[in-house]
Design a protein around this ligand. Structure first.
Ligand SMILES: [Zn+2]
Ligand SMILES: [Zn+2]
Length: 348
């Protein structure tokens, strides 16, 4: 076992603070990673505050992790000491079910092991995430970070990036397709960059027009305010695909009305309360409403390689460990452009 410094939530209401946690010994198939940067995802905040169910505290969150390999087990073949690597939202899965076998570990029939607040199948402990100095992960769940992607900015691709890449690929965003991204936050801004690089014509639907310049800079060709009723008249029946990244209630009927015949609206944002979908927003144009969760390991690697090829990186603001609580407040106020990344050197 190795003791490492970390930043943990002590309860649903107390501020996160410094602590130490144990990392398991490097097993034959394991990789030890010295964490360089960890992104702050909205899910981290929902989890530590108990929004998504009871939590076993203290808990270290963080599932956008990048760093360097410092040790490998005797049977490891995919990674070497010194490699730049990343870890996203999963650290294990059964490896045997139909979904794991086809590379959709995120939909593992037995449930994948989450990077934090999961149950570690190797020792039964609660998994602890990336707000720490180092982590031990089985090699199959460790991604290669291409050399030309700046390590300081790449971390958010491991959750936000793949959460958008996977549905954009699944619903075939590309040349000739009109795609709308709802919400220009941590997820949405990466979605715009990826969808544009895939060749789709991208529109951003945001509450206001305050981020219009950013939308265009990220590759969108249009930006409309959802608070303006004109938007829904003007853009009626115009998109093949809409990806909704907003984790709050939106007017589903109005947004579904923006889809063409056979269009799909995919939710990747997860509001705590149910969304209301009138059947008549779907039936007259054979529309679909769908959900999508991150992406498999093979697809996550493909996403990193795609981002390297197209020079796609998230927009990030680097903070130190002691800024985490302030950063949480700013995320909740949507006061971040567009993702906080913690410098893991400051856990020392
Ligand atoms: Zn996340
Ligand atoms: Zn499985």
């Amino acid at each position: 076992m190795r003791t490492v410094n970390a930043y943990a939530a002590p309860s649903a209401t107390g501020p996160l603070g410094r602590t130490t946690i144990e990392r398991r010994d490097v097993g034959p198939k394991d990789v030890m990673i010295e964490i360089a940067y960890a992104g702050i995802c909205h899910s981290d905040i929902h989890t530590v505050r108990g929004d998504w169910g009871p939590v076993r505290y203290p808990l270290v969150v963080g599932h956008e992790i990048v760093g360097t390999v410092s040790a490998v087990g005797s049977e490891v073949t995919k990674h070497q000491v010194g490699d730049r690597v990343g870890v996203g939202c999963m650290v294990d899965s059964c490896g045997e079910c139909e979904y794991c076998l086809r590379g959709d570990e995120q939909y593992c029939a037995k449930g994948h092991t989450q990077t934090y607040h999961g149950i570690d199948p190797t020792d039964g402990t609660i998994t602890q995430g990336g707000y720490s100095q180092a982590v031990v992960v089985t090699e199959d769940f460790v991604l290669r970070v291409p050399e030309n992607l700046e390590l300081e900015k790449v971390a958010p691709l491991l959750c936000a990036g793949i959460s958008l890449y996977s549905p954009l690929r699944h619903w075939q965003a590309g040349p000739g397709k009109k795609v709308a991204i709802v919400g220009l936050g941590g997820l949405g801004h990466v979605g715009v960059k990826i969808a544009a690089a895939l060749g789709a014509e991208v529109t951003v639907l945001s509450q206001t027009t305050s981020k219009k310049d950013d939308s265009l800079r990220f590759g969108a060709t249009a930006h409309h305010a959802t608070t303006d009723p004109e938007t829904f008249t003007q853009l009626k029946s115009s998109f093949d695909l809409i990806v909704n990244t907003v984790s709050a209630k939106i007017d589903m009927a109005a947004h579904l009305g923006l889809l063409k015949v056979d269009g799909t609206l995919v939710n990747v944002g997860a509001p705590a309360e149910p969304l209301e979908v009138p059947a008549f927003a779907l039936i007259p144009a054979r529309r679909s409403w769908a959900g999508s969760s991150i992406g498999g390991i093979r697809e996550t690697q493909e996403m990193l390689d795609f981002c390297a090829e197209h020079g796609i990186l998230p927009e990030t603001e680097l903070i130190s460990a002691d800024d985490i609580n302030d950063a949480y407040e700013r995320v909740l106020k949507s006061d971040v452009r567009y993702r906080f990344v913690i410098d893991a050197a400051t856990f020392a």
